[in-house]
Design a protein. Structure first.
Lengths: 203, 98
């Protein structure tokens, strides 16, 4: 490599990297959208059970939907998207950064949940919602930084809903309003899925 | 300057091999056809350069069968990444001295 060619080679390499680097979009948007749909359906079922007075079944709705519906669908959709990406000639690396980020968030959430339950939250059950929504907000910001920009919108919606629920509960002295922060969970997943689809299709 | 040029790693220095490593540097595995299409290197040439990089342990390959068709994935190794980083450091040093 002669000296006069150095700059040309740098330009050439920059072009190669630009052509071959993966786009900063979430190609796995169907998985995100699916989680949004399943959690939304879960919320609707819980609401219907609450209205009809069958409150005993409510705690079982989300675990059943998550483990029997969402995870199998997650596995299926993930494989489908992965194989379509592989057909184009690239095999995405395992995102250990994202994996550890969400493992840490889940572990923190579980510790908060255990801690609050053990210390006896009683009528302050909404604290769990605040804890999980705050952790999800942090996770969305990390997704925005590490994966794709649409997650910043999800984080903004989540942060706004936490603040709105807090203000509504605090100003009216009605703690029931605090639960409203939780309604942002399915909304943010749906939002990230829909925006992710739009961004991925524009690449 | 000549001393610095002598230290450059020959295995990485050729343009096709450098472009292969640059394409793989993101960490994703790329298949033979993808590399050929994006780097504009002919079949035989690409195979030779890939073999050379593999012999130096700068990349690793994995052959799989997709719908009964063979497909070879190539991925950069930590040694390949360090070789590329070392080369860039040396080139920067050469540019700074020139």
């Amino acid at each position: 490599m002669d000296e006069p060619n150095l700059l040309n080679d740098v330009r050439f390499l920059r072009d190669i990297v630009a052509k071959t680097q993966p786009p900063a979009v979430n190609l796995f948007w169907p998985v995100t959208l699916m989680w949004g749909c399943v959690v939304s359906i879960g919320f609707l079922i819980c609401a219907a059970l609450g209205i009809t007075g069958k409150t005993v079944a409510i705690p079982w709705v989300m675990p059943v939907l998550i483990f029997l519906v969402a995870w199998p669908l997650h596995w299926y959709l993930r494989r489908k998207v992965q194989s379509s990406i592989e057909e184009s000639g690239t095999r995405p690396r395992l995102r250990t950064d994202l994996m550890w980020c969400w493992i840490s968030i889940s572990a923190m959430g579980m510790l908060w949940t255990a801690g609050l339950i053990v210390s006896g939250i009683g009528s302050h059950g909404y604290l769990l919602i605040f804890a999980w929504c705050s952790l999800l907000c942090v996770g969305y910001v990390m997704n925005g930084v590490l994966l794709s920009k649409e997650w910043f919108w999800a984080a903004a919606v989540m942060a706004a809903s936490i603040i709105a629920a807090f203000l509504a509960g605090f100003l009216t002295q009605q703690p029931d309003f605090y639960w409203f922060a939780g309604y942002a969970i399915p909304v943010t997943f749906l939002l990230a899925g829909v925006l992710g689809r739009r961004n991925a299709l524009h690449v | 300057m000549t001393e610095l040029a002598q230290d450059l790693d020959d295995a990485v220095l050729s343009r096709p091999r450098l472009s292969i490593l640059a394409a793989l540097v993101t960490g994703d595995a790329l298949d033979f056809t993808f590399l050929q299409k994006n780097l504009g290197i002919s079949d035989g040439n690409l195979g030779t350069h890939l073999r050379k990089l593999e012999a130096e342990k700068y990349i690793r390959s994995k052959k799989v069968f997709v719908k009964r068709k063979p497909k070879t994935w190539f991925q950069i190794t930590p040694q390949g990444r360090s070789a590329l980083e070392r080369l860039f450091r040396q080139l920067e040093e050469m540019l700074a001295r020139s």
